[in-house]
Design a protein. Sequence first.
Length: 133
Amino acid sequence: MHLTKKSSYGLIAMIELVSNRGAGPISARAIAEKYALPVPFVEKILTELRAAGIVRARKGRRGGYIVEINPEKLSLRRILDALGESLDLVSCIRPGEASCQLLSVCPTKDVWRTIDDRFKALLDSLSLADLSC
């Protein structure tokens, strides 16, 4: 597993939206400029989060994005899933994955599955509110 810049930037954008909650919509450009991120990339990320129902977009001069879900109920895993991140620590434990010749006899498979399950449970237990200052 390797989290991409997309996930990092997505979490930055979500934290920014939550920390400015109540101040109205925030544009992708404002977020991108504050953190020196590429504007088109932040726009793409926010579009994906909108498609997943995590943020709402408002058009117009004072438009931008607003968090649609209570930050205390929005898990980090849901955000990362919405951005298309693979959260599997090793590919051989993915459901339906049979790329490893050792799968049926692998002595580490159960350890990786346990670690993977705990990691995902941690991401489920952490909310966006936990990251917000």
